[in-house]
Design a binder for this molecule. Structure first.
Ligand SMILES: NC(=O)C1=CN([C@@H]2O[C@H](COP(=O)(O)OP(=O)(O)OC[C@H]3O[C@@H](n4cnc5c(N)ncnc54)[C@H](O)[C@@H]3O)[C@@H](O)[C@H]2O)C=CC1
Ligand SMILES: CC(C)CCC[C@@H](C)[C@H]1CC[C@H]2[C@@H]3[C@H](O)CC4=CC(=O)CC[C@]4(C)[C@H]3CC[C@]12C
Length: 369
C-alpha cells in the first residue's frame, strides 16, 4: 500500500461477509474501492448471492470457515493486505450460550489478530459496537455522547462483555510487529443500532404488525432516544477506514470511532415507525400502554421461562431484562471524529436511507426472505 505502488491491487478479506452488515461491506468494497484486486469473503454460512459477484472484474473468493478455528482463519488471511473483521455472534436473546458467544467474538477475534501477525497482514478494521460503552445496567443516559464522553460502562451480559473484550484485544494489538517486521495498524468502529436492507428484527416487527391487523403497541416512552445508523453508511465507514489506515496510521492506529450519520434521534419504536408507517402499520399510544413495572415483570418471566424450558425447547423472545434495559435507556452519539481522522461523510442521506429501507421492508415482509 505504499505511494510508489499506487497501481498495486490489494487483497481484502471480510470476515462475516455474508451477514447483514458484512454483505453491505462486500458490495461497498466492490463499488467504491478502486485498488481492490481480490476480495475474500469468509463466513460460516456462505450466501448464494456471492455467485453473481464472481462474474465481475474483481476476483471474489468465497471461503466457508469458522473464526474459532485458528488454522482456517490463518489460511484465509495469508496474503491479504487488509482485514475487515465483522464476523460475530449477535445474540442478546439467549439463543447461544455465554461460552459460545465468548468463543466466537473473543477467541475468533484473537485468531484474526494472530493470523495477521503470523502472515504479515498489516491493516485490521474491527466492527465493535456501541454496546462496548453502554447502555449500562444502571440505566444512565448517554445523551449525544462522543468517543471521549465519560460513562460508567458496566458489562454483565455475555454479548457486550465479549464485544468489549474483543475490542480491547484489537486496540492492544495496534503496533505489534507482524511477519516481515512492520507494525500492525488497527482500529475499531462502534455502530449504534444498525438498520437498513437485511435488518431481520425490523422485518420481524413488520410481520408481527401485519399479524396484529396493522397495529403495534408502544412499550417504551417516546422520550427515550436510541442511536441508529444506516447500514450503507456503516459499510462506507469501514471501507474508508480500511483505505486510510496506512496513510494515517499514526493518527488512526489504536483508535475507536462511533458510526454515525444523519439518522434522526428518536425512540426505538418511533424510529422503526419511520419505515413501518409507510408500510401501513400504526403505533398505538402516545405513551406506553403497559406500566413499566409490568414490562419488567414480563421480561423477568421470559427469562425464567427460558431457563426452565431450556432442556426441552429454545424459548428466546425479544423481550428480556437486557433488551428492555437497552431499549429503555437513552443512548445516542454526536461526534465528528471519523470525519476529522479519515474524512468520513455519510454516503447516504437520511432520505435515501429511509427510502431504501422502506422498499426493503415492503419486499421482505411479503416474501420469505
Ligand atoms: N446489528 C447491529 O445493530 C449491530 C451489529 N454490530 C456488530 O456488527 C457485526 C455484524 O453484525 P450483523 O451483521 O448485525 O450480524 P449478522 O449475524 O447478520 O452477521 C454476522 C456474520 O458473522 C458470521 N459468523 C458468525 N459466527 C461465525 C463464525 N464462528 N465464523 C465465521 N463467521 C461467523 C455469521 O454467519 C454472519 O454472516 C457483529 O460483529 C456485531 O457485533 C455492532 C453494532 C450494532
Ligand atoms: C418492546 C421491546 C422492549 C423492544 C425490544 C427491542 C430490542 C429487541 C432492541 C432494542 C435495542 C436493540 C439493540 C441495540 O440497537 C444495540 C445493539 C447493538 C449491537 O451490537 C447488537 C444488536 C443490539 C444489541 C440491538 C438488539 C435489539 C435491541 C435490544
Amino acid at each position: 500500500m505504499a505511494d510508489s505502488a499506487q497501481a498495486q491491487k490489494l487483497v481484502y478479506l471480510v470476515t462475516g461477509g455474508c451477514g447483514f452488515l458484512g454483505e453491505h461491506v462486500v458490495r461497498m468494497l466492490l463499488q467504491r474501492e478502486p485498488r481492490l484486486g481480490e476480495l475474500r469473503v469468509f463466513d460460516r454460512h456462505l450466501g448464494p448471492w456471492l455467485e453473481e459477484l464472481k462474474t465481475g472484474p474483481v476476483r471474489v473468493t468465497a471461503i466457508q470457515g469458522d473464526v474459532t478455528e485458528a488454522h482456517e482463519v490463518a489460511a484465509a488471511v495469508a496474503g491479504a493486505h487488509v482485514v475487515i473483521h465483522t464476523a460475530g455472534l449477535v445474540d442478546v436473546f439467549g439463543r447461544a450460550s455465554p461460552e459460545t458467544i465468548h468463543e466466537v467474538n473473543v477467541q475468533g477475534t484473537r485468531n484474526v489478530i494472530e493470523a495477521c501477525v503470523q502472515t504479515g497482514t498489516r491493516f485490521l478494521v474491527y466492527t465493535s459496537s456501541m454496546e462496548v460503552v453502554g447502555p449500562n445496567t444502571k440505566g444512565h443516559p448517554f445523551y449525544r455522547g462522543n468517543e471521549d464522553t465519560l460513562y460508567e460502562a458496566v458489562h454483565r451480559h455475555p454479548y457486550p462483555c465479549s464485544k468489549a473484550l474483543a475490542e480491547r484485544l484489537v486496540l492492544e494489538a495496534n503496533g505489534r510487529e507482524v511477519h516481515g517486521g512492520l507494525p500492525l495498524v488497527t482500529c475499531a468502529l462502534r455502530p449504534t443500532g444498525i438498520y437498513g436492507e437485511g435488518h431481520q428484527i425490523m422485518r420481524d416487527f413488520y410481520r408481527q404488525g401485519l399479524r396484529l391487523g396493522g397495529w403495534l403497541f408502544r412499550a417504551i416512552p417516546a422520550s427515550v432516544e436510541h442511536g441508529r445508523v444506516y447500514v450503507g453508511n456503516v459499510a462506507w465507514m469501514h471501507v474508508l477506514a480500511a483505505r486510510e489506515l496506512e496513510r494515517r496510521a499514526a493518527l488512526m492506529g489504536g483508535q475507536v470511532y462511533f458510526c454515525y450519520d444523519g439518522s434522526p434521534y428518536k425512540s426505538y419504536e418511533d424510529f422503526n415507525m419511520e419505515f413501518l408507517g409507510p408500510c401501513g402499520l400504526q403505533l398505538v399510544g402516545a405513551r406506553p400502554l403497559l406500566p413499566y413495572w409490568l414490562l419488567v415483570f414480563l421480561a423477568a418471566l421470559n427469562a425464567l421461562l427460558q431457563w426452565l424450558l431450556r432442556p426441552l425447547v429454545l424459548y428466546a423472545p425479544l423481550l428480556n431484562p437486557y433488551t428492555l434495559a437497552v431499549a429503555n435507556t437513552t443512548f445516542t452519539v454526536s461526534t465528528n471524529k471519523a470525519q476529522r481522522h479519515f474524512g468520513y461523510e455519510p454516503l447516504f442521506s437520511w432520505e435515501d436511507s429511509r427510502t431504501r429501507t422502506i422498499l426493503w421492508v415492503q419486499a421482505a415482509g411479503s416474501s420469505a426472505q
